[in-house]
Design a protein around this ligand. Structure first.
Ligand code: HAM
Length: 426
């Protein structure tokens, strides 16, 4: 039997990986432009971090975590998301005391979900988190930042922004008990998952995709009507800033998000172009997360973008592959070491030059064919004759010009003139 990748794990072929890289590079530019600093977070954490912060009755913790015992018998988990990790990181490294922190990260997350288009067991996220600001201006900043990224990618028309407010703990508790009372009357009619959630995590019922449950929910009490005064004005101020900045959004009272740490603002960017897995970005406030971690109360808010889903939206985008500049041809394997010495010298002098040295056998003609396929602008030729004469042959692969011979000692200068200064590192 041939070896196969583990189910739900994606292989990224070069064209796909180029799209991922394009998304990451653009996100880096945009996030840095808003004053966010990149941090590196571990892929593995102690399991109880997620149990405590993401919530024991969430889908992620109940059924989707990759949890193992390490050789020391400790329970560890491949991170299913980055917010709990970033909060642990910020608290553990003493970065939260009387400070505002703006961080961003990217990398793989792991969830044991049923794989389908846009849903994988290993997927990539780019996340941004801000600690230490309670006011709604920071909510607006994060949303504006995500909007700018989508605009630069040219997909803003295909995305819509949906907002909701979950209020504070007290108002949520009042709403929860009324919701449970209301749904209790329809206990037999709502779907199985929702029946179970009625006691375990009733807010998540609002997320149900079951048509029958959805119909019943349309008559249910609305969280918006229970909001405390402060949460209500927080939400209004956020909407005002977005409105003033020309970012349109709609309020969707069904958005509760699948993780337990949220309060007040929650939001999602969704698209209809990806079928069932249409949420490309989700986020919100989590003002009691640091306290739950054992730290001093610190406000927090952030979002994460699913790169795999964005990449599906950008599939048609042609992202040009970086071509090699020079293909070094040498039909005589005996002088390959001289070729390597010359190629390394070229790289010393012009570090951004991309050079492929032909490796392996092959007659001049077949090597030249490979040079052409590589997309290189120049083929440098070092045959027996050139070697003897101390020169290199230069063949122009993308323009009509005769082949020339350059003394080996002048090759760096020649290439510098030909390719220009942008190939030199600053
Ligand atoms: P989340 O909604 O669980 O939030 O995930 C954020 C995004 O990751 C989703 O909108 C989706 O694009 C992508 N995603 C999630 N699961 C998968 C999957 N199985 N396959 C492919 N893509 C997936 C969080 O993770 C929070 N930490 C976001 C956050 C940051 N909230 C505050 N700060």
């Amino acid at each position: 039997m041939k070896m196969q990748a583990v189910r739900g794990m994606q292989d990224l072929l070069p064209a796909k990986k180029r799209i991922f890289r394009y998304i990451e590079d653009l996100a880096r530019e945009v996030f840095v432009g808003y004053g966010y600093r990149e941090v590196g977070l571990p892929l593995i954490e102690y399991t109880n971090l997620f149990e405590r912060l993401v919530g024991e009755t969430t889908d992620i913790v109940e059924k989707e975590m990759y949890t193992f015992e390490d050789k020391n018998g400790e329970s560890i988990t491949l991170r299913p998301e980055g917010t709990a990790v970033c909060a642990r990181f910020a608290d553990q490294n003493g970065l939260l005391f009387n400070q505002v922190q703006r961080f961003w990260y990217h990398g793989p997350m792991f969830r044991y979900e049923r794989p389908q288009k846009g849903r994988y067991r290993q997927f990539e996220q780019i996340g941004a988190e801000c600690f230490g600001i309670e006011t709604p201006d920071i909510d607006a900043e994060l949303i504006l930042m995500s909007a700018r990224l989508f605009k630069l990618m040219g997909i803003e028309e295909k995305l819509s922004l949906e907002l909701n407010s979950l209020g504070n703990e007290k108002s949520r508790a009042r709403f929860k008990s009324d919701l449970v009372r209301f749904l209790g009357r329809y206990k037999k009619e709502i779907d199985k998952d929702s029946q179970r959630r009625l006691t375990a995590n009733p807010l998540r019922i609002l997320d149900s995709k079951d048509p029958g449950t959805k119909k019943i929910l349309s008559e249910a009490p609305r969280l918006m009507d229970y909001l405390d005064v402060d949460s209500r004005s927080h939400f209004e101020m956020l909407r005002e800033i977005l409105d003033d900045c020309g970012v349109s959004c709609s309020v969707n009272p069904q958005i509760v998000r699948g993780l337990d740490y949220y309060n007040r603002t929650v939001f999602e960017w969704t698209t209809e172009s990806l079928g069932a897995q249409g949420t490309v970005c989700g986020g919100g406030r989590y003002d009691s997360l640091i306290e739950q971690l054992g730290g001093k109360a610190t406000a927090g808010i952030g979002f994460a973008i699913g790169i795999d889903r964005l990449a599906l939206m950008l599939e048609e985008k042609e992202i040009e592959e970086k071509k090699v500049d020079i293909y070094f041809v040498s039909p005589d394997i005996e002088i390959r070491n001289t070729v390597f010495i010359m190629a390394e010298k070229l790289k010393d002098g012009i570090p951004r030059l991309s050079i492929t040295v032909h490796c392996g056998d092959g007659k001049l003609k077949s090597q030249m064919k490979k040079a052409d396929v590589s997309g290189a602008r120049l083929a440098l030729i070092l045959g027996e004759e050139e070697f003897r004469e101390g020169v290199v042959g230069v063949k122009f692969l993308r323009e009509m010009a005769d082949q020339v011979s350059i003394p080996q000692g002048e090759l760096v200068r020649y290439c510098l003139d030909y390719f220009g200064k942008e190939k030199v590192l600053d």
